[in-house]
Design a binder for this molecule. Structure first.
Ligand code: PEP
Ligand code: MG
Length: 557
């Protein structure tokens, strides 16, 4: 049981009657301390007519210049404190402030309606953020807050009423309606135990920053002004804030904090260390992610890249097919967050257990053996091509690679590559930049293992999906809880499949990684090394324990 679970279980068993409120947790961690309720100044924007149109335009232009200087300073501060990747949000804000559609709308309101610059900016900001907020895609929705942030900054400069949340006097749990990324980064981290907001989304940059800074936070909480100055426990495991906890609760929270600290300290020593065995054998240790915001956990745990980006989350979270632009933005964001480290995007893998209504897939007798993954992509080419175009477009923003799931034949691989070539041709014709990216296949079926030498000649890399490989090799539905006892991932047949795949991959000139759950199994790490695996991609939380394990191994002795 997790330490936080123990904490809450004990609390509940004692029937402690503390006031508690729920919210969306951003990080599984505990914070304990005094609440600081910050009431943001509501910048009042008057709908004022002006005479001197050109003077007003100049006033806006100055405010824009001032905002850009502030954002540059914030970028430098963030870069020094949380790193280049997280600082990138301020570069994005700088670009947004300079966005032609945004500024044109402001100029248009000033000129056509003769309104003051702050009014024109506030109206434009409202329109743009409502537009983002109305989008189905969670990632795009979260951009509404970025628009609000840049608009508040501009309006604050124009009216001389900027909020300043940066100076906290003692370590506190900050409670505030919303927290912009720029505000989050300005706060002295040694004074910020955690924060709780009324608004916000787990995909927002603020949430990403919180995770990266390892600060527990709750969003969408019914916060109260009366909490100011009261003691509280923020329970990130259960997504709750407990106000004025009794002594026993505090003792439990302290115990949990202690355990967390010990655990973190122990693993921290492996951050920044090479993933290398005692006798000098190196391996790439990458993270598996399922969303843009997961990159924070990958970075926090010092992943050397992303070995599996399960791109289907974009489809699962939407009510309709995500557009090329929406996908491009998501892939670009991950690539930029990873700042030059490899990002392997696995193309759409829906079907079987991952059903999406708007695909209108028929009900099947055997969904795991059915119409899924690459089979859908090759028969519904437009969906596939939209995704490939988005991936290619994002490739100029980082070190992106692509891999195809559930491949069972060279012919399928040829078809997938052909559609990719078509996507490249289209982009070339349209004058849209892209890079030649590494291409790989997932080895998830016995068929793929058996033809792996042929497949390897066609690709740059393999990534072994041991979850499905086990399912298809042992003929065991991975979704069926009754079969768990039979699902033996250490079965010699599986290990032999992995060995063959690595050997054949190398023969055919491809590097070989493992991205299924077995990759994180430390009992097999030595075996995988002996087989010659080049990369392991695991959930972010497993990276440091695995690096610890690898650094203790000596393969050739
Ligand atoms: C796998 O099958 O091992 C894999 C990594 O893919 P998924 O778990 O998403 O099917
Ligand atoms: Mg799979």
């Amino acid at each position: 049981m997790q330490t936080g679970e123990v904490f809450l279980k004990n609390l509940l068993e004692r029937g402690v009657g503390v006031e508690q409120y729920s919210g969306k947790s951003i990080l599984k961690k505990i914070a304990m301390g005094k609440i600081f309720y910050y009431e943001k100044k509501q910048t009042t924007v008057k709908r004022e007519k002006i005479e001197d149109i050109e003077g007003e335009i100049a006033r806006f232009t100055h405010a824009k210049e001032e905002a850009i200087i502030q954002l540059e300073q914030l970028y430098e501060k963030a870069r020094a404190e949380v790193g280049e990747t997280e600082a990138a949000v301020f570069e994005v804000h700088k670009m947004m402030i300079d966005d032609e559609d945004y500024t044109d709308s402001i100029y248009h309101i000033i000129r056509s309606q003769g309104m003051c610059a702050e009014y024109a900016t506030a109206v434009t900001g409202d329109n743009f953020s409502s537009m983002f907020a109305a989008m189905d895609d969670e990632y795009m929705k979260a951009r509404a807050l970025d628009v609000k942030d840049i608009t508040d900054r501009l309006v604050g400069i124009l009216t001389g009423q900027q909020n300043d949340i940066s100076e906290l006097e003692e370590p506190v749990i900050l409670v505030v309606d919303d927290l912009a990324p720029s505000e989050t980064v300005q706060i002295d981290k040694s004074k910020l135990l955690g924060f709780v907001t009324r608004y916000g989304s787990s995909n927002s940059h603020t949430a990403i920053l919180a995770r990266t800074m390892n600060i527990p936070a709750l969003m969408e909480v019914d916060i109260k002004k009366e909490w100011h100055g009261k003691a509280a426990v923020l329970d990130g495991y259960e997504g709750q804030i407990l106000i004025e906890p009794d002594e026993e609760t505090i003792v439990e929270a302290k115990k949990t904090l202690n355990e967390e600290q010990k655990r973190e300290e122990l693993l921290k020593q492996f951050k920044g260390q090479k993933t290398v065995t005692r006798d000098g054998r190196k391996i790439h240790l990458y993270a598996n992610i399922g969303s843009v915001s997961d990159t924070a956990a990958a970075l926090l745990n010092d992943a050397e890249g992303i070995g599996l980006f399960r791109s289907e989350f974009l489809y699962l979270e939407s009510n309709d097919f995500p557009s090329e632009y929406e996908q491009y933005m998501a892939y670009k964001m991950v690539a930029e967050n990873m700042a030059g480290k490899k990002v392997i995007i696995r193309t759409l893998d829906i079907g079987a257990d991952k059903q999406v209504d708007y695909f209108q897939l028929d009900k099947e007798e055997n969904p795991a053996l059915g119409y899924r993954a690459i089979r859908i992509c090759l028969t519904r080419k437009e969906i596939f091509k939209t995704q490939l175009r988005a991936i290619l477009r994002a490739s100029v923003h980082g070190e992106i690679a692509v891999m195809f799931p559930m491949i069972i034949s060279v012919k399928e691989l040829h078809m997938a590559k052909e559609i990719m070539r078509e996507a490249e041709e289209e982009l070339k014709k349209e004058g849209i930049a892209y890079r030649n990216i590494e291409t790989g296949v997932m080895i998830e079926t016995p068929a793929a293992v058996m033809i792996s030498e042929e497949l390897a000649k066609e690709v740059d890399f393999f990534s072994i999906g041991t979850n499905d490989l086990t399912q298809y090799t042992l003929a065991i539905d991975r979704q069926n809880p009754k079969l768990e006892a039979f699902y033996d991932a250490h079965h010699p047949a599986i290990l032999e499949m992995i060995r063959i795949t690595i050997e054949n991959g190398h023969k055919g000139g491809a590097w070989v990684g493992i991205c299924g759950e077995l990759g994180a199994d430390s009992e097999l790490t030595e075996t995988f090394f002996k087989m010659g695996v080049d990369e392991l991609s695991v959930s972010p939380a497993f990276i440091l324990p695995l690096r610890e394990r690898i650094r203790s191994l000596s393969i050739n002795e």
